[in-house]
Write a protein that binds this ligand. Structure first.
Ligand code: 2P0
Length: 333
């Protein structure tokens, strides 16, 4: 009744932003991501036992309470219901993201939790079903069940049974691809992704345009990945990030997730690409100001130096494409 898994974060090349069903956590559009290496990992041990009188959730040094704990309990309830088990659990989870990075990941967290809890309960599920369940905890988590390059399908069914992630190609398909991450100075106030997405869906008119063009974008990104067409991929990735952040800004009141330092990164990457006469790097930003700059290994030192010199950039790290989750023999408690 005890199991431990490691999962790693993923960064979307085509972004998920907005839900078609908040209850089942169904996305308004499909997305494509790259799973990151073990620098961005979460490890989670789950034990179900009659000795526990309630679910206890510890993240690092912190015992989770309130809504944070409730969200984990809801995820456990889905799995307990499936297994016909009513026992409470102890969950210990650790994020190994460098503390200076100031990054948190519900993607690696809910992927590791779903894998460890289902395993501890003895549930024999295929990865498709696991992907559907981890999506309930956090949308982007369904993509972290796989290594390499991954697509999360929007799905058409109301019950969400076809809204799941599938691998497009393994990490070995494009070994030289790197994500150079610039951690930038944060602004104190930040709107969480769930209310943020909801605001965009309800108030942005630009958002409808984004949804109309997304299937063509997904198709072009799939093709660029398959052909390892750098210039095409990097341009598509930058355009999609810009499109999502334009919809954020078009929300009412507007949502600002990037800041002046992020904008400086954007200008710097475009200046570099202009100097080369083609896109040798492509930035993307999530619901925060940190930059993820995709490039190939031969350009990493140039880009690392360039990003380090930008004011407001506090740390630069280089991630490879990761292989996906693994079961660990060593438990956290
Ligand atoms: C993504 N993001 O595709 C996008 C880009 C943020 C911006 O997935 O509400 O934490 O738990 O399903 O997965 C972040 O949203 O949201 C996210 P929920 P999640 O990576």
């Amino acid at each position: 009744m005890k199991s431990t898994f490691r999962a790693t974060s993923n960064i979307a090349l085509v972004k998920y932003w907005g839900k078609r069903d908040a209850q089942l956590n169904l996305p308004a559009n499909g997305s494509i991501s790259v799973t990151m290496d073990e620098q961005l990992k979460t490890e989670t041990t789950v034990e179900f036992s009659s000795k526990y009188k309630q679910d206890e959730v510890t993240l690092g040094e912190r015992k989770l309470e309130g809504s944070e704990r409730h969200r984990v309990v809801e995820q456990l309830d889905i799995l307990r219901h499936k297994a016909g088990n009513k026992e409470y659990a102890r969950i210990v989870t650790e994020n190994a993201f460098p503390s200076a990075a100031g990054m948190a990941s519900s993607a690696s967290g809910y992927a590791a939790l779903t894998l460890a809890a289902s395993h501890a309960l003895g549930l024999k599920m295929g990865v498709r079903e696991l992907s559907v369940i981890s999506r309930r905890g956090s949308g982007s988590a369904c993509r972290s069940l796989f290594g390499g390059f991954v697509e999360w399908h929007r799905g058409e069914r109301d019950d969400g049974s076809d809204s799941l992630a599938e691998p497009l190609s393994p990490a070995a398909h494009w070994k030289s691809l790197r994500n150079v991450i610039a951690i930038v100075k944060k602004d104190p106030k930040r709107i969480l992704t769930r209310p943020g997405m909801n605001r965009t869906v309800l108030t942005s008119t630009l958002y409808q345009r984004r949804l109309q063009s997304i299937s063509i974008i997904l198709q072009r990104v799939r093709k660029a990945l398959e052909e390892k067409n750098r210039a095409e991929l990097f341009e598509l990735v930058m355009r999609d990030s810009n499109s999502m952040h334009a919809c954020m800004l078009d929300s009412y009141p507007p949502l600002f997730y990037m800041n002046e330092h992020s904008h400086k990164v954007i200008e710097t990457v475009h200046a570099l690409n202009d100097a080369y006469g083609e896109a040798v790097a492509g930035y993307t930003f999530d619901a925060g100001p940190n930059a993820h700059v995709f490039t190939e290994d031969k350009r990493v030192s140039t880009i690392r130096k360039m990003l380090s010199e930008i004011s407001g950039v506090e740390n630069v790290m280089v991630c490879k494409v990761g292989n996906g989750p693994v079961e660990l023999k060593q438990h956290l408690f």
